[in-house]
Design a binder for this molecule. Structure first.
Ligand SMILES: *Cc1c(COP(=O)(O)O)cnc(C)c1O
Length: 369
């Protein structure tokens, strides 16, 4: 069976270094934050072309703290897309603000900048674009709109470590960037993890306090904060992995280019990669009107796939209070019905991709008879 992701292959490739780093952290007893986390933060800030990276316990916490540091709270509105993992929208909800949706671009699946201005009201405080599947949102028009209306921009880069928009790393374009190090993400911890990036020292200071009970000095609480600290062991794991993230990203991009070249012969379209961007292919999506049948056909042919995501957030029961209905965001709804994620990870072999392609061709051939 060709897995959809293979975390074991990556671990085995760096097992010696990881095991040593974890044991050294155990021996140091710096279990929460500490020098491994600080060393990782320095590497990650440089990697994202920002001056500050703050490690936190999850990507969701990164979003929550970025929104709070930007001053988002009850009565405010934050514009984002309904075609994302629910955490994007939940983080807005945690602050007491209202998520306001605009639809995605049907080619790139990221927020359609042409629809943003119509969604702005006097309550709008921030725009929260999602670099979905590893593809940067179209940031130039988003930043121009934000400047025109005095809005904060927070990038959800949970799926896009190392992605670039016109030569700029994601996480450095808006006021704040949010990353997840959930094990399956492009840069994955061996447990939960996340980070906020920014080049604004005031925002960095606020996030740093908020992640650790609102205190800069222990027991002197300036803000109502949280226990959102990154663990020392995760810092140690991530620090080791920073040596390899570029090679892994290049491997993902090479695998994507190979799929791109082979897909047309199967009758499926390759996903659109926007010009002037470095797409980092967290997910490699194809579309099918018979998505469920295709998924089980591929499973029977030894290929595991994923679905990201079957229900857009505006149709989730949890957010029924927002009062949306089917038809409100047609592009998000269409991709949610049709998306299928092919196996994608840095260690994916060309021979494994050939099996995936052969199975897709077999599906198309049986469908045409
Ligand atoms: C994974 C993810 C998150 C949340 O990150 P966690 O580390 O799982 O909390 C937020 N937004 C997007 C787009 C994600 O994919």
């Amino acid at each position: 069976m060709i897995p959809f992701v293979d975390l074991k292959a990556q671990y085995l490739s760096i097992k010696g270094e990881i095991d040593a780093a974890v044991i050294a952290t155990l021996e140091s007893t710096q279990f929460v934050l500490g020098k491994e986390v600080a060393a990782f933060e320095e590497l990650f800030a440089a990697y994202t072309q920002t001056s500050h990276a703050l490690g936190v316990n999850t990507g969701t916490s990164a979003l929550h703290l970025a929104l709070l540091a930007a001053g988002v709270g009850p009565g405010d509105e934050v514009i984002t897309t309904p075609f994302t993992f629910i955490a994007t929208v939940s983080a807005i909800d945690y602050t007491g603000a209202r998520p306001v949706f605009v639809d995605i671009d049907p080619d790139t699946y990221t927020i359609d900048p042409a629809l943003i201005e119509a969604a702005i009201t006097p309550r709008t405080k921030a725009i929260l674009p999602v670099h979905l599947y590893g593809q940067p949102a179209d940031m130039d028009p988003i930043m121009a709109i934000a400047r025109r209306h005095g809005l904060v921009v927070i990038e959800d880069a949970a799926q896009a470590h190392g992605a670039e928009y016109k030569g700029q790393r994601v996480g450095s374009i808006g006021d704040l960037g949010c990353f997840s190090f959930y094990p399956g993400k492009n840069l994955g911890a061996y447990g939960e993890g996340g980070a906020v990036t920014t080049s604004n020292p005031e925002l960095a200071r606020t996030v740093k306090m908020l992640r650790d009970w609102g205190a800069e000095r222990r027991y002197h609480h300036e803000l109502k904060g949280f226990n959102y600290r990154l663990e020392g062991i995760q810092g140690a794991v991530l620090r080791v992995k920073m040596k390899y993230i570029e090679a892994w990203t290049d491997a993902r991009r090479a695998a994507a280019a190979r799929y791109d070249g082979l897909l047309p012969a199967t009758g499926f379209a390759a996903p659109v990669a926007a010009a002037d961007c470095r797409h980092v292919y967290h997910i490699y999506p194809i579309r099918s009107a018979q998505r469920e049948a295709l998924q089980s056909f591929l499973h029977d042919h030894g290929v595991s796939t994923g679905i990201h995501y079957p229900i857009p957030v505006h149709l989730q029961k949890a957010f029924a209070e927002l009062g949306h209905k089917e038809g409100d965001f047609p592009h998000s709804e269409a991709i949610a019905r049709e998306e299928l994620s092919l196996p994608m990870y840095p260690e994916l072999h060309p021979e494994q991709q050939d099996v995936v392609i052969a199975a897709l061709r077999a599906w198309s051939e049986q469908a045409s008879h």
